[in-house]
Design a protein around this ligand. Sequence first.
Ligand SMILES: N[C@@H](CCC(=O)N[C@@H](CS)C(=O)NCC(=O)O)C(=O)O
Length: 221
Amino acid sequence: MAPKLHSIIASPPVRAVLMCAKVLDVELELIPVDLLSKDHLKDEYLKKNPQHTVPLLEEDDGFLLADSHAIMGYLVNQYGKDDSLYPKNDSRLRAVIDHILHLDSSVLFIRGLFISKPLLFQKILPTEEKIKDLKEAFKILDAVLEKNQTKYVAGNSLTIADFSVVTTITCFDSFTPYAEFPHLKAYIERMEQESWYELNKEGLAINKKMIGELMNELKNQ
Ligand SMILES: N[C@@H](CCC(=O)N[C@@H](CS)C(=O)NCC(=O)O)C(=O)O
């Protein structure tokens, strides 16, 4: 049976996993988790994922795995016809991919999450300081892209790092525009031409609409 993915498409890390599964041609059974209804804080979900995040992967034999970066690595190793998205034997390429995955987790995504989580769940508008931190994160990625001069974020071939970065940057563009950064803008424009990018569109539109409406409502109060 297909592995289950507890998910909601408005979430960037969920979409990263969906893109990865699509490129690997791995079927996933999607199990909806409505974050706004707090499904992720219910006992049944917390027993499976104490981190109360989506995505969460669940295999038939009870194996559970949280975190999109870990899930993508697992899908490549477990189900990939080859490991080009996350190569085992090219230690330098793998290290560069790991660098970008950690950059996404510890700098890019988290700085956006520190804005979006209080906004969505507590209706708190972002402070200038938090926007500044996010902008700085975009600037860092722009400089990485400028330094590397590669087509994809970790080299000249597509890797799981692209799925993370693309979904994070396009989502948090709601708070500060990535188009201000030329290398980042050119990179996203290249990625938009790829067939897997299609899987970003619907969830991104839902997310941007929700964020936009909430920001306007709070600013007009
Ligand atoms: N590092 C995690 C982050 C996952 C994450 O924070 N997901 C958000 C939705 S975009 C979530 O589930 N938030 C609910 C919560 O933190 O309670 C990953 O890559 O999977």
